[in-house]
Each structure stands twice: as C-alpha cells, then as structure tokens.
Design a protein around this ligand. Structure first.
Ligand code: ZN
Length: 308
C-alpha cells in the first residue's frame, strides 16, 4: 500500500497555498492560487467555493491523500474546526469551516488558527522540536502567536489565546494606534506593515520591508534605528508573555525574520531587561528553521491527527 499523504493548506489574505505532505513532513508537491480573501464583504459561500474548487483539483491528482488540514486566519473554537470569528472577514461568525468542507470534498478536513498551525509545525518539525512547551510568534503583515503547552496546542476557552500582537508595549499618550483599535500594541511597532509605515513617517520614502532590510544592510541609519526599536518592543512583549507562561523556548517565523541580525540583539537586551531575575538569560529566541513552511507543516500535522 502506498504511503498515507495529506493535503495541507495555508490561507492568506491574498493567496492560498496547498501542499501534498507525507508523515515525515516532506513536501511532495505545492500549488498556490491568488485569491483576495481580504475583502470585508466576502461571504461564507464564496470562501467555501474558492477553497473547495482549488482543493478538489488537487485531490483529483492523488488517490493517496487521506485528509486535509487548513491553517486559517480566524479564531477557532478549540479543535472543532468552527470559526468563532475572523478579524478580517467579519461575515464569518460561528462558521463550521471544517465540517462544511468535509461534506463538500468527501474527505476528513481539520482547520485551525494559522498562527497556532505555525506553532504546531515548528514544534513537530522545526526549531521547537523536542521541547515540551513552545511560544511561537508570526511576524508578517500582522503579528500572531501560537502556544504549545506540555506538547498540546493551547487555544484558550474561545479560541482567542495568544493574541500576542496585541500585548501593550507602549503606554505613552502618543502611542501608535493598532488595527484592533487600542493604542501601543506590539503589532503597531514590529509588524511588516508598521515597520514600513514608521520608515515612511521618518524618511518620507515609501518602501516595503525587504527594501528597508536592504537599506539597513547598506548602513542606512533610519532603517537600522527602526528595526532596533522593533526588536526592543518585541523583546518587551516576549518578556510579558514569559512572565505568565515560564516557557523557555520562543520561535519566530514570517517575513520580518529576514531582518534577524538587526532585530535580535535589541530583542534580547530588552527581553532580559523586562524579565524577573530567575528567568533572565534562560530564554532562547530562535528564528524558524522551516522558512515559510511552519504553518503548512502544522496544517499537515492536524490532518494526520485526524486519520491516525
Ligand atoms: Zn492591537
């Protein structure tokens, strides 16, 4: 009998990736489509239609695929596959995504929050392998968090645990406004979007984070300063999380990790500055060893759980 395979899916704001993966975490094939799921008025029906069409086409290419796992940007009710809410897709409320797709595709489907999937992937296959507990942070257009506690993904009571991006790191009256409506969230200082915004405010030059990283490499002082500040705020937020959790391994994935050499020294200094003495110097912050595959490998893990 051929080896069991799963189809792992990572749903982003502008594109959907899917990969056929075996039980060792090897990606055998990968496909992606452009799909603008960031429109506020997109309906449940439209989302199901886009996903099922894309996935059906791939399912038809391999009979060995036994289950599907999906990482989706939303709050999930524990491991039920039901989306409680999605910040960018307000029409999705108490939406049974996994159940609907299972019915439409005729194959078991599991779904979970995308940042938690990245934590699961990093814990099973990446830099967090072998650790009993892990805090994983995704640094992209927004900032997400996922927690593995005693080898078990932790969702919170209503799927909203580890909203790491909304830890407050700046209580000054002029603190930056976050997309969540509060002021001073770490997402307003260290996400790709906020790094680009802060750079534009300082220099009046609009460029993306890759260009800002390159400017820092070339020694441009504003780029270096902004990344240093981002690292400082990230370290402060990680310290707040560690004081609650006493977890010693933190992994970070996402596009902003490309600026690791500029972020990390400031992150570490700030982390140790804000920790309580017994924890100082005991926390390891590591870049993801999976590149941009942490989320998709986590989605594969939850799919395999469904068939084992
Ligand atoms: Zn916020």
């Amino acid at each position: 009998m051929s080896q069991a395979l799963v189809l792992a899916v990572d749903v982003g704001g502008t594109n959907i990736r899917a990969a056929i993966i075996n039980a060792s975490g090897t990606i055998l094939d990968e496909k992606r489509i452009q799909a603008d799921l960031s429109q506020q008025d997109i309906s449940e029906h439209e989302i199901l239609s886009i996903l099922s069409q894309f996935l059906l086409d791939i399912l038809q290419t391999s009979e060995a695929i036994q289950a599907i796992g999906i990482g989706f940007p939303g709050f999930f009710m524990q491991d039920s596959g039901v989306i409680a809410a999605s910040p960018n897709l307000p029409k999705l409320i108490h939406f049974p995504l996994a159940e609907k797709l299972t019915h439409m595709l005729g194959i078991p489907v599991k779904a979970q929050n995308d940042a938690l999937c990245a934590a699961i992937g990093e814990h099973r296959f990446g830099a967090g392998q072998g650790k009993s507990s892990l805090l994983h942070i995704t640094l992209g257009t927004g900032i997400g968090g996922g927690l593995i506690l005693n080898h078990t993904p932790y969702t919170g009571e209503t799927g909203m645990a580890m909203e790491f991006g909304h830890i407050c790191v700046d209580y000054h009256p002029n603190a930056r406004r976050c997309g969540c409506g509060n002021d001073g969230c770490v997402e307003a200082y260290a996400s790709a979007t906020s790094i680009a915004d802060r750079y534009a405010e300082k220099t009046h030059i609009h460029c993306n984070t890759q260009e800002i990283f390159q400017s820092a490499m070339d020694g441009e002082i504003h780029a270096i300063e902004i990344l240093a500040e981002s690292g400082t705020y990230l370290g402060k937020a990680i310290a707040e999380a560690i004081k609650l959790l006493d977890i010693h391994t933190v992994t970070i994935s996402g596009g902003v990790v490309g600026a690791w050499q500029f972020l990390y020294p400031h992150m570490l200094t700030s982390l140790n500055q804000h920790l309580i003495p017994p924890l100082k110097e005991h926390i390891h912050i590591l870049p993801s060893s999976l590149g941009d595959h942490a989320g998709i490998l986590g989605a594969a893990s939850i799919a395999f759980e469904g068939i084992n």
